[in-house]
Design a protein around this ligand. Structure first.
Ligand code: FAD
Length: 442
């Protein structure tokens, strides 16, 4: 069996490694457009701020190490430019020498990810505007801050990437303005919970502009102007665009694969696309929301890795199924941690789900033991059934573990009142005899 994989990072590299573990004889060939495979997308912002100091730490594997360990041929700087389902071949361009090659496959896996949204604004192609997706993007941004020592930066977009970049630029001593079109940062959170995030951002001297639309950019002799719809023009030294991502599916579209939300690739729960022997995984695919059973897009590393493994299982004759995503996520915002799982109140309302909620502010561990920090927790439940729909937590200690317990509770179908029964580990440095998750149940 010959398997060709397009995209050699989260979903693609996982699929490749898993196929090898299941089939020692398969020929596995991966094409990756960038110069790196299996890189740590999620660590990229921390290289900018210097928390991750060595650029080599951003790449978990090299083509050589992948070959040595898995006998998988990783071709970097190779872009797949067309898929031909009739002849079961892929056209690939070697970006180093321009040569075009044709590769045949028995099974094809698409894991091309999602690309940063680039609006058609005036001035968008300025070399003072950056986006963050690949290692190359990160090195370019880092080179700019190292060589030009910008005093100010505007980050456009207040989601995960925008906030992480804003924090890391601030860590470099840069005066950062964060511009967001909505009335809150971090869409997975309701506004009441996002207000804690706003406070932490402001406390760390980032200028926060909510309800503010960017309209265009203009290079100047000594920087770049950011034109705003309802506020005076900002002048800055550099800009990072982080207004969201869109599935990268031009190839899939041209090959005639069925597409869904925002041109994402439609797959079934075995990660099979609408064309036989073509699988797709990761940010490029439409999946089911585990809580609402509606179609959705979730651009996170956990789902991409799981889906890569499931596609591999099925390619190798197994019977694995993806049961949906619930968008469990966590972010560091200076000293604060903010985490969410499942759906929020806004989403529940838009779907007409009758909800109830508890909001509580427990300590991260026993109050009498030094160092306990208060967290704020919002747990959303369905009114009649007591089914847990989602949770959001902001705080300074122990947030990640509580959100993971709640994410597990959602997955297991535990009712809100049954949270009282969870037998969770306790000693004073870590929790209270009644853990915050138990308290939410009470
Ligand atoms: P990717 O990992 O993006 O890989 C797709 C690859 O396909 C790319 O390298 C691209 O170059 C290549 N490609 C595309 N088209 C072609 C083609 N035609 N030919 C050849 N190659 C092609 N998720 C979290 O859960 N937690 C986090 O903290 C987090 N932080 C993030 C921070 C940043 C800065 C970024 C950019 C993402 C972050 N994510 C995070 C999201 C996470 O990285 C993605 O959800 C995950 O990598 C998606 O996996 P994927 O395989 O679908 O796509």
């Amino acid at each position: 069996m010959k398997v060709v994989i397009i995209g050699g990072v989260a979903g693609g590299a996982t699929a490749a490694a898993r196929i090898r573990r299941l089939d020692e004889q398969a020929e596995i060939v991966v094409f990756e457009r960038s110069g790196f495979i299996s890189y740590a997308n999620c660590g990229l912002p921390y290289y900018i701020g210097g928390t991750i100091e060595d650029e080599n730490d951003l790449t978990l594997q090299t083509p050589e190490s992948f070959w040595k360990r898995f006998r998988v041929k990783m071709n970097v700087h190779h872009e797949a430019t067309a898929i031909h389902p009739d002849s079961k071949t892929v056209t690939v361009k070697n970006l180093e020498n321009g040569k075009i090659l044709t590769e045949s496959y028995d099974k094809l896996v698409l894991s091309p990810g999602a690309k940063p949204i680039k609006p058609g604004f005036d001035g968008i192609d300025s070399d003072k505007i950056f986006a963050l997706r690949t290692v190359e993007d990160t090195l370019r941004l880092k080179k700019y801050t190292d060589e030009h020592h910008p005093k100010s930066a505007v980050v456009v977009g207040g989601g995960f990437i925008g906030i992480e970049v804003a924090e890391n630029l601030r860590e470099l001593g840069i005066d950062v303005t964060l511009v967001e079109a909505a009335d809150q940062l971090m869409a997975p959170f309701d506004r009441d919970m996002a207000s804690f995030i706003h406070a932490e951002i402001r406390k760390n001297s980032i200028h926060l502009m909510l309800d503010t639309m960017v309209e265009g950019f203009a290079d100047t002799d000594c920087g770049i102007d950011v034109k705003l719809k309802s506020a005076p023009t900002l002048h800055t030294d550099m800009i990072v665009m982080a207004i969201g991502v869109a599935p990268e599916t031009t190839l899939a579209k041209e090959a005639g694969l069925e597409l869904g939300i925002k041109s994402s690739i439609v797959v079934n729960d075995k990660m099979e696309t609408s064309i036989p022997d073509i699988y797709a995984v990761g940010d490029a695919v439409q999946i089911k929301n585990f809580v609402t059973d509606t179609d959705t897009l979730i651009s996170l590393a956990g789902p991409a890795n799981k889906q890569g493994r499931i596609a591999a299982d099925n390619i190798c004759g197994g019977d694995s199924h993806y049961t949906g995503g619930q968008g469990s996520s966590v972010i560091k915002i200076f000293d604060m941690t903010a985490a969410a799982t499942g759906i929020n109140e806004k989403t529940a309302k838009s779907l007409g789900i009758a909800t109830d909620k508890v909001i509580l502010s427990p300590m991260s561990h026993a109050g009498y033991y030094p160092g306990g920090k208060m967290m704020t927790m919002k747990v959303l439940l369905e009114k009649e059934s007591y089914r847990i729909l989602g949770a959001q937590i902001v705080g300074f200690d122990g947030v990640d573990k509580r959100i993971d317990v709640l994410a597990t509770a959602i997955r297991a179908g535990i009712k809100a009142y049954e949270l009282t029964e969870l037998d969770l580990a306790y000693a004073p440095p870590y929790s209270s005899a009644k853990d915050p998750v138990n308290m939410a149940g009470y």
